[in-house]
Design a protein around this ligand. Structure first.
Ligand SMILES: [Zn+2]
Ligand SMILES: [Zn+2]
Length: 135
């Protein structure tokens, strides 16, 4: 699947399919996410979010507690640390915090700049409900 924000290829999350068979795709360039499937076979595209509302803090046993890393995609922090048991915590990763990882902050900035201004509006990425049965 192609990213509707930047046109690059997206990767599918290797999450177990839910009851509604929702699939999640993420762009490895601008990190836009697209959710496909669900009860109404919908294509949901979460809209642009500013850096401090966009990332969750990464949680894993192997991560130091005193540095706050942002959970990126595919078991990886934004700065590239990979841990098998990594998961997003429920709290935001705040780039301006003193304990925020500098490399994560840089990556978040780069990703932020990859979102075209035209795609940042709330209406820029709409959900598209498909007819049942149609593919
Ligand atoms: Zn993209
Ligand atoms: Zn980091």
């Amino acid at each position: 699947m192609k990213c509707d924000v930047c046109g690059r290829a997206m990767r599918r999350w290797s999450v177990p399919p839910t009851a509604q068979e929702e699939k999640i795709w993420s762009c490895s360039w601008c990190h836009a996410a697209t959710h496909v499937g669900g009860e109404w076979f919908e294509i949901a595209r979460p809209s642009y979010l500013p850096m401090e509302m966009r990332w969750e803090r990464a949680a894993a046993d192997g991560l130091p507690a005193d540095v706050s890393h942002a959970f990126g995609i595919f078991d990886m922090t934004l700065c590239g640390i990979q841990e098998d048991d990594m998961s997003p915590s429920d709290c935001w990763w705040l780039p301006e915090r003193e304990n925020a990882c500098g490399a994560c902050r840089e990556a978040a900035l780069v990703i932020d700049e990859r979102w075209p201004q035209a795609m940042r509006g709330e209406e820029a990425r709409v959900s598209v409900a498909r007819r049942p049965g149609a593919r």
